[in-house]
Design a protein around this ligand. Structure first.
Ligand code: OOG
Length: 247
């Protein structure tokens, strides 16, 4: 593999300068394991600058997303506290942002293996994820998108609710009052809990502990849509209320 530090530099520079870069795989020989090393290098640098690990995001857990992006394996990325969007996100600091509706889980007890997951869920919420691929044209191969922390740029969650069955709840994403995506949480691996178990397994393999307070985004229930400047977005999940963000 090319030097993980050098590849991490390229991704960091793209995000900082708000300028897309060519895919890493165009010039570097990068497999999936290498790509996770690059992802971890970028995140470790953010943690070294004072950000805190806030949880995990799952990607390509729905067919809608696999078809949209042409990638067919479940992947994951890491969330830091700096990625949390309270109510506004500045799209001027992003290259070509997109937004997608999510189901989020709140971890209440340490998770050391997938067997711990059911007892560890302290809450469930509707959420959104803002994606911003650091690659030109939002186009990538599987290793590229893994290295790029699964395109993560920001995330938000609505009010936490008591753990409950959210295997098939209706989901709606509106921009400026117009429905732009509708779907069901069942699109997420048949039940977003499956995604949470997968997250626990992957964390275990990577030596990352899911701790109380961490958030797991189970993956989008629909395709992502472009996030314009000056927009008001509302994502609603039946029984979980809604979460809103302005740009
Ligand atoms: C990669 C991220 C995919 C999801 O929910 O499927 C993802 C991308 O589409 O750029 O987060």
């Amino acid at each position: 593999m090319s030097d993980a530090e050098a590849l991490a530099d390229r991704l960091e520079t793209a995000a900082r300068d708000v300028r897309a870069i060519p895919k890493l795989t165009g010039a570097a020989d990068l497999d999936v394991a290498d790509a996770y090393t690059v992802q971890r290098t970028v995140i470790d640098r953010r943690l070294a600058r004072g950000e805190r690990l806030a949880g995990v995001k799952m990607g390509f857990t729905s067919r809608a997303k696999m078809i949209q992006m042409g990638v067919h394996d479940v992947i994951w990325g890491l969330l830091t506290d700096a990625m949390l969007v309270e109510s506004r996100i500045d799209t001027g600091r992003l290259i070509h942002p997109r937004i997608e509706p999510e189901i989020a889980y709140l971890i209440g007890r340490p998770v050391r293996s997938p067997a711990d997951v059911d007892a560890a869920v302290a809450g469930v919420a509707v959420g959104f994820e803002v994606l911003d691929s650091r690659y030109e044209d939002f186009a990538f191969t599987l290793p590229d998108v893994i290295a790029d922390n699964a395109s993560a740029a920001g995330y938000g969650v609505g009010a936490w609710h008591q753990p409950r069955d959210v295997s098939n709840v209706g989901m709606l994403m509106e921009i400026d009052g117009r429905a732009v995506q509708t779907g069901s949480s069942a699109a997420i691996l048949g039940d977003p809990m499956r995604s949470l178990r997968a997250a626990a397994r992957l964390c275990g393999q990577a030596g990352i502990a899911l701790e109380p307070g961490h958030v797991v985004l189970a993956g989008a229930a629909t395709a992502a849509v472009p996030l314009p400047a000056g927009a008001h977005v509302r994502v609603t999940a039946s029984g979980l209320g809604s979460v809103e963000v302005t740009t």
